[in-house]
Design a protein around this ligand. Sequence first.
Ligand SMILES: Nc1ncnc2c1ncn2[C@@H]1O[C@H](COP(=O)(O)OP(=O)(O)OP(=O)(O)O)[C@@H](O)[C@H]1O
Ligand SMILES: [Mg+2]
Length: 251
Amino acid sequence: MKIAFCGKGGVGKSTIAALLCKALLDTGYEVLAIDADPSPHLGRLLGFSETEGLTPLSEMRELLAERAQKQGPYYTLNPRIEDLPERFMLTRDGLRLMVLGAIREAGGGCACPEQTVLRRLLSFLILQAREAVVVDMEAGVEHFGRSTVVPMDFILVVTQPYRGSLETTRQILRLARDLNLEKVVVVGNAVRGPEDERYLASFLGVEPVLSFPEDPEILRAEREGRSLLELESPSLERARELLEYLRRHGT
Ligand SMILES: Nc1ncnc2c1ncn2[C@@H]1O[C@H](COP(=O)(O)OP(=O)(O)OP(=O)(O)O)[C@@H](O)[C@H]1O
Ligand SMILES: [Mg+2]
């Protein structure tokens, strides 16, 4: 299963991505988590204290080179997660972490090369039965413009019940339709009750597949720099339900 998290800045993409990683690990999946945010946080949420020694994924370019458009892709790697070179990832208990590492210079620079590497990696990886790739995308819609999300099995658009977040979600749903992407679903976050549920659904014209509550334990863990893999809270049950949904609707 290849799963990407998208949505407006600060809506909880990394949080829910980390909670889903936990649900996957608890269910016996091998997980490759990819932090595709140029200002990466996912590693910390997954309890990796040090990501500095990690070679960013963007340097995998030569391994995923394309010989020429017409001749198709030319890879010097095997398409299995376990064959990806060690230097690109941190590994612990069935969990692997990679960072895209698109830290751009102030005042310029386009993320196109990084997005291309990420798209190639996502298309080329062939997953075994109990393997999952979870990608925490950069906020906004750039990866839709670059089609980075095309190889995904699921695109989860994290949405909070306020207008700014909902407008970004609406834009993402429109772009997904333009790209003929099928499995694009909305996940509510920090939803405080039925009124929030109603507002969110009526604004978008679709129901979220499920919603996470506003959870003080999540915020506390983040403030204290604790891993969400150790979180004890009802939000974890939601993450398990989310995984169940994905397994039921997956290919
Ligand atoms: N359900 C929730 N309840 C309480 N706090 C939450 C919840 N979801 C996320 N948060 C908090 O909101 C903040 C932003 O969450 P997070 O970093 O996951 O968002 P993001 O969408 O990944 O942001 P960015 O776009 O900056 O990457 C964090 O402090 C996180 O702990
Ligand atoms: Mg984030």
